[in-house]
Write a protein of this length. Structure first.
Length: 351
């Protein structure tokens, strides 16, 4: 049986798409070497949309209004610019309420966007541009270490990694954060209170890599302007040994924390990328692996959620589980020495 791979790997070829949410201009060049902060594409995005019902304002049919409208899509208008004017003894007019750009004209209406701001897309990781995506962004390839997480707050940033975890079940508190961590990515363990998240934002840090976060803190975590990534889940969960070893031994290296949301359909998930200055070939990442004895796996469901172990044996046929369900299963020896019978669908390969 094939199982998904949860990547915690110290050396691999990593290929990532970086794209704008709207169409724009791609600034990157093919084969260009980029750093995390380099702007590779830019676009303009309006803060406000304004719909002008020209037909209603002029008291005419939509078809007649379309003939009277003077602007077209992508025209830039200043405030009070005349958009349309009716005929007759007492003509009516429609003007742009503020500076903006015309998005769509039709059916007697004009849709504008106002308060436009420049949107810059940064590379996010160090690497080489291997392909360009017209009007959207680029594909970047790098060689380095990768640690995937289970949840992120949707932010991305880069910085030098500082380790505040003395052990996998360490707790990060506000008192452990001081001005020396400003501009760093903090490896911090478990967070139990909102004060810690606020203290990290006040510095500010470039990111928090946590093993666990209390569920009550989700609203605050989503609002933080720096990336927050969870390696193991919600609650007082220790960091799995593979992630802890890889991250703690890479302290003082530059890392990218891409805390994007997990999407099983697109395959995206929150991740930490540690780019390495190595020119040699590295193995490509595999998204699936065939389950077999000896493989290291991660438990995806309670009661051993997040724990690592190794497959001792694959059970033949179907196994009756404690719930009464019958399913393909494996005997797994966990790191704590306990041996459990787990359905194959609850396992993911670590590597």
């Amino acid at each position: 049986m094939q199982a998904p791979v949860h990547h915690v790997i110290g050396y691999a070829t990593i290929v990532r798409e970086r794209v704008l949410p709207v169409a724009g201009n791609v600034l990157a060049r093919l084969n260009q070497k980029v750093s995390p902060g380099d702007v590779i594409a830019e676009a303009s995005r309006g803060r406000e949309h304004i719909l002008l019902n020209v037909a209603q304002a002029l008291g005419v049919s939509p078809a007649a209004a379309d003939r009277l409208i003077k602007c077209k899509a992508n025209d830039r208008l200043t405030a009070k610019t005349e958009i349309a004017v009716s005929g007759g003894l007492f003509p009516r007019s429609v003007v742009a309420p503020r500076d903006g750009r015309v998005l769509v004209v039709g059916d007697g209406q004009v849709l504008m966007t106002a308060g436009e701001a420049k949107l810059e897309l940064r590379a996010g990781i160090s690497g080489t541009v291997t392909a360009l995506i017209p009007e959207r962004g680029a594909v970047i390839q790098t060689v380095g270490a990768l640690v995937q997480g289970v949840w992120g707050n949707g932010r991305i940033d880069s910085g030098q990694l500082v380790n505040l975890m003395e052990q996998p079940d360490g707790v990060l508190t506000a008192g452990r954060l001081d001005v020396s961590m400003r501009g760093f990515v903090v490896l911090g363990g478990i967070v139990k209170d909102a004060e810690t998240l606020k203290a990290a934002g006040d510095l500010p840090v470039r990111g928090l890599i946590l093993s666990g976060l209390f569920p009550s803190l989700l609203p605050q975590a989503r609002e933080m302007r720096y990336p927050i990534l969870l390696t193991d889940g919600f609650g007082p969960l220790p960091m799995n040994s593979a992630a802890y070893k890889l991250l703690s031994t890479n302290a003082k290296r530059d890392v990218t924390v891409n805390a994007e949301a997990r999407d099983r359909y697109s395959g995206t998930c929150p991740e930490v990328i540690i780019s390495l200055s190595i020119e040699t070939e590295a193995p490509a990442l595999r998204d699936e692996e065939t389950l077999a004895p000896g493989l290291q796996v991660r438990m995806r469901r309670p009661p051993a959620l997040g724990m690592l172990g190794s497959i001792v044996a694959l059970k033949p046929g179907l196994t009756t589980l404690p719930s009464g369900l019958r399913a393909p299963a494996a005997e797994v020896k966990l790191e704590n020495g306990e041996t459990v019978i787990a359905p194959l669908i609850n396992l993911e390969v670590v590597g």
